[in-house]
Ligand binder design. Structure first.
Ligand SMILES: Cc1cc2nc3c(=O)[nH]c(=O)nc-3n(C[C@H](O)[C@H](O)[C@H](O)COP(=O)(O)OP(=O)(O)OC[C@H]3O[C@@H](n4cnc5c(N)ncnc54)[C@H](O)[C@@H]3O)c2cc1C
Length: 477
């Protein structure tokens, strides 16, 4: 009886929220939150900012899942480790993701198969399976309450020409011992769909659980501005202090400090638009095979819907993307509570960049929008490099790997960079420039942020950086 009453109350509550959203959204959208649903419970951790100089063995720069995983994997070492985060732990790309732990990663495996071969793609696949197993173990061991659910997961295409590719991918996955079948999910129209299983989590709760009882100091609101190599160590400068470290882990998403990497030419930035709307339904996860990507999952009584992904220097107006997203949602009778956007780094060959850039300077990034698994794995790979242990992925993910097929990718990126730089001056609705490479910032009216349309830097209205590559506050005129 009591469970019946509770059930009834929940339904009434959901209906009320749904109706309210529908009403306000149809009028002016007043009821919407302009941040990710993971941030709704105000799960802000609170650490001090750095108030003195330090000398450590390992400095981790960045408190997303890459940095936190590095901290987690180094917890049993005898090293003196410290992590600094320029804003709040988890509030970067990780806290804006869709929280899926999944090997049906759009067309990424096919990208790797085409660039290299099936063996390399199998090795990448096994890295993702291993990462998921490791995350499950950490969740169980600690234990971590992060709304973990195992769900049916669908990968679909609505293009006739892709049916063959998806069927081939199914065979490839089956040959790699994954249980994959033909699938059917009515949430989207599709020409063909395959089905497997995956996990869904709340990524901020995962991070919070991983750092609980961690033995090392963490500093928030502490931004590294400059790194200088001196003999056998790196001196890393914040505004007022410095940290001397033998090893530095760049877990800052976009490596701002290493100019020689020519990152704007070597990688693309992909931007997507996300929403969360009330829609109680059986848990599931669904992903489109190709561009423009759609990714859907359930979270409690809501549906998280991602769409309109694009390489950021091609379609610059966020406003249009949000408009299209809302039209898609309306067709499904969904009215969003939350709207936000997110960017990730795409590499030319589909593999992440994890490893040693130069002696004792380590990096992990370029996760091609599937970085919850890869960032957790990166902590283990980087620990193994530091502790000189063997790891099957060190060569595969090396950031210094030679990619001979990249020339046309670089040429395209030169074109995109110039094009986006010029376009940013034509369409910008602000007078502010990005301190990274001087592109004109565009005001994002939904999230109240200033966004660089070329390289993905984002700033709050007061100029505070929320996403690199920029590493200094832009000056307001
Ligand atoms: C729309 C979207 C959805 C996604 N969904 C999924 C998903 O469902 N599953 C999945 O596996 N992957 C997903 N991803 C990818 C995944 O979220 C990211 O690849 C991953 O979270 C990146 O983690 P990170 O720690 O490298 O970066 P971040 O989480 O951005 O962490 C980097 C941190 O470094 C800090 N920092 C930067 N510069 C400095 C500095 N100078 N000093 C100090 N700190 C600094 C930043 O403030 C930030 O907190 C998604 C990506 C996108 C764009």
């Amino acid at each position: 009886m009591s469970s019946h009453i509770q059930e009834h109350q929940v339904t009434v509550y959901i209906k009320k929220r749904y109706d309210k959203n529908k009403k306000t959204n149809t009028k002016n959208g007043d009821n919407m939150k302009n941040y990710s649903i993971w941030k709704k419970d105000n799960q802000k951790t609170s650490y001090p900012s750095l108030e003195n100089d330090l000398e450590v063995d390992v400095l981790i720069i960045g408190g997303g899942l890459t940095g936190i995983s590095s901290l987690y994997h180094l917890r049993k070492s005898n090293l003196k480790v410290v992590l600094v985060e320029q804003n709040k732990i988890g509030y970067g790309i990780t806290g804006n993701s869709t929280g899926k732990l999944n090997v049906l990663q759009n067309d990424l495996l096919d990208k790797i198969r085409n660039y290299y071969n099936d063996d390399i793609a199998s090795l990448y696949l096994s890295s993702q399976i291993e990462a998921i197993k490791d995350i499950m173990k950490a969740i169980k061991d600690k234990p971590i309450q992060c709304n973990l659910e195992k769900v049916e997961t669908y990968l679909y295409t609505n293009q006739e020409k892709e049916i063959k590719k998806l069927k081939e991918l199914k065979v490839f996955l089956q040959n790699n011992h994954l249980e994959i079948k033909d699938g059917n999910n009515m949430f989207v129209e599709s020409k063909y769909m395959i089905k497997g299983s995956s996990y869904i989590i709340n990524p901020l709760k995962l991070i919070k659980g991983l750092i609980k009882n961690n033995p090392f100091p963490i500093y928030e609101k502490t931004s590294i501005k400059k790194i200088i190599k001196k003999k056998n160590s790196y001196i890393c400068y914040t505004k007022n202090h410095h940290i001397k470290a033998k090893y530095v882990i760049l877990a800052c998403h976009y490596p701002t400090f290493i100019k020689s990497l020519f990152f704007p030419l070597k990688v693309n930035i992909e931007k997507s638009y996300l929403s969360s709307s009330i829609c109680p339904t059986k848990p599931f996860s669904l992903i489109s095979y190709s561009y423009p990507f759609t990714s859907i999952r359930t979270y409690q009584d809501s549906i998280i819907y991602l769409s309109n992904s694009h390489i950021i220097d091609t379609k610059l107006k966020d406003k249009n993307h949000y408009k299209e997203l809302k039209i898609k949602l309306k067709k499904l009778n969904l009215y969003p509570d939350y709207l936000w956007s997110n960017t990730d780094i795409m590499t030319s060959d589909g593999l992440p960049l994890i490893g040693e850039l130069e002696k004792n300077l380590l990096i992990a990034t370029g996760y091609n929008t599937w970085g919850l698994t890869s960032s957790f794995l990166s902590g283990k790979v980087l620990r193994d490099i530091i502790e000189k242990r063997k790891n099957p992925y060190i060569d595969l993910f090396s950031p210094n790997r030679k990619r001979i097929k990249d020339i046309s990718f670089y040429i395209k990126n030169i074109y995109h960079n110039i094009n986006a730089y010029l376009k940013s001056y034509c369409i910008s609705n602000t007078s502010y420039k990005c301190p990274h490479m001087g592109c004109k910032l565009i005001y994002n009216e939904i999230e109240n942020t200033y966004d660089c349309p070329c390289h993905g830097s984002r700033f709050l209205e007061d100029g505070t950086i929320i996403t690199s590559p920029a590493n200094q506050i832009f000056k307001k005129k």
